[in-house]
Design a protein around this ligand. Structure first.
Ligand code: S3P
Length: 424
């Protein structure tokens, strides 16, 4: 699947069951590995990123059984020193959450990953963990993987973070759980960890000043999880349904956690015909059935907290913008530059190849709508969300889109191409 060709072939119609939520899947494995007891996880995403987390917890001495339907994590409330380095593959969530977990463990670990992961910043998590007393080193003055961690007894302190990052917040909450810890972010990032910690028996509260305050938590109870379907994967079909004439797509049982649901608000702002029907859910996460129908979209300003709540969906929203009427401005999203690739640069290069007028800004991009003007060749540079975003563009761009280095789609959505074929 290194080169992928997608050409227009009429409307997309029918139902698509997208895979389990990636963020919740990682946490179901990593957090239950710390707990006491057996946790049953249903609907786990079986993408490469989550498999990196599964192999990591196994390397740390936790038994994980997978019968293909249900995954059982047999937590013993303890981890052991791994015999070898742990390869986190392409997964930022795996390496950053593990860094927090291992900072509190009295042994030695080395975490590494693929070329993309080894180029991404780790100081944002290593810095605060060092302040708590963990010994962490790495390339580039300690900022890049491989990172070596020798953890142990940490001294807790409050952290007022400069960047809103769920990965950093989670790493600190998990590192500081035994002693208790307080963490505040400049804006609210996704809160899956907080929801799970509370259900695992932790005393964790958000105070009036925006501080997450976790009381000393020497023990976590195993938590059974029904993983909701991933809104970040559903986002590709929401945009496809909105921009391909004649389309109507139903996507059942998708997680709509308000800290993640910016793509729904953004598409509505752009005039999409999108129905969201909440479903009764007993788990920690709210769930809904989604139906999208084609309509004419209009440009919009996607910034502030909306941009943060749609961060991983901004690449495919940029495709929606290209096929809308008028101008779209994406701002306050400079974090896009340090994802699996520089997603601002990659999207602008790809949109221009499609003949779309698009311009880079330090913290986003400006896109003139009106559609694509001819076939294009795109290099996804191994970034799954860039590859899938341009595959959606290929469903409507005259002459189609050819995408190089698209194999990384497997990291988050292994059945993407099969679902695309079925909907067409
Ligand atoms: C994630 C957090 C986000 C997101 C990433 C998954 C998580 O990154 O982009 O895909 O599961 O915690 P941040 O750390 O920038 O919030």
């Amino acid at each position: 699947m290194s080169d992928l060709e997608v050409s227009p072939r009429g409307p997309l119609r029918g139902e698509v069951e997208v895979p389990g939520d990636k963020s919740v899947s990682h946490r179901s494995l990593l957090m239950n590995a710390l707990a006491h007891g057996d946790a049953r996880v249903r609907g786990l995403l079986r993408g490469e990123d989550v498999m990196s987390s599964m192999h990591a917890v196994q390397a740390l001495g936790v038994t994980v059984e997978d019968d293909g339907v249900e995954v059982i994590v047999r937590g013993k409330g303890a981890l052991r020193e791994p015999a070898n380095v742990i390869d986190c593959g392409n997964s930022g969530t795996t390496i950053r959450l593990l860094a927090g977990i291992l900072a509190a463990e009295p042994f030695f670990t080395v975490l590494t990953g693929d070329a993309s992961l080894r180029s991404r910043p780790m100081k944002r998590v290593a810095g605060p963990l060092r302040e708590m007393g963990a010994r962490i080193d790495g390339r580039d003055g300690g900022d890049r993987a491989p990172i070596a961690i020798r953890g142990g007894d940490l001294a807790t302190k409050p952290f007022d973070l400069a960047v809103a990052s769920a990965q950093v917040k989670t790493a600190l909450l998990l590192a500081g759980r035994s002693q208790g810890i307080a963490v505040r972010e400049p804006e609210r990032s996704r809160d899956h960890t907080e929801r799970m910690l509370v259900r695992m028996g932790a005393d964790l509260k958000l105070d009036g000043e925006g501080w997450w305050r976790l009381a000393p938590t020497p023990r976590l109870d195993a938590l059974d999880v029904d993983v909701p379907r991933d809104l970040s994967s559903a986002a590709f079909w929401l945009v496809a349904g909105a921009i391909v004439p004649g389309s109507e797509i139903r996507i059942p049982s998708v997680g709509i956690n308000p800290t993640r649901s910016g793509v729904i608000d953004a598409l509505r702002l752009m005039g999409a015909d999108l129905t969201v029907t909440p479903v009764d859910a007993a788990g920690a996460e709210p769930i809904a059935d989604l139906v999208i129908r084609h309509s004419t979209l209009r440009g919009a300003r996607l910034d502030g907290e909306l941009a943060l709540r749609a961060l991983d969906e901004l690449p495919v929203l940029a495709i929606a913008a290209a096929f809308a009427e008028g101008e779209t401005v994406i701002a306050d999203a400079k974090e896009l530059r340090v994802k699996e690739s520089d997603r601002i640069a990659r999207m602008v290069v790809g949109l221009r190849a499609l003949g779309v007028n698009a311009e880079e800004r330090p913290d986003g991009m400006v896109i003139q709508g009106g559609g694509a003007h001819g076939p294009a060749s795109i290099d996804a540079t191994g970034d799954h969300r860039i590859a899938m975003a341009f595959a959606i563009a290929g469903c409507v761009a005259p002459g189609g889109v050819s995408i190089a280095h698209a194999e990384s789609i497997k990291t988050s959505y292994p059945t993407f191409l099969a679902d695309l074929e079925r909907l067409r």
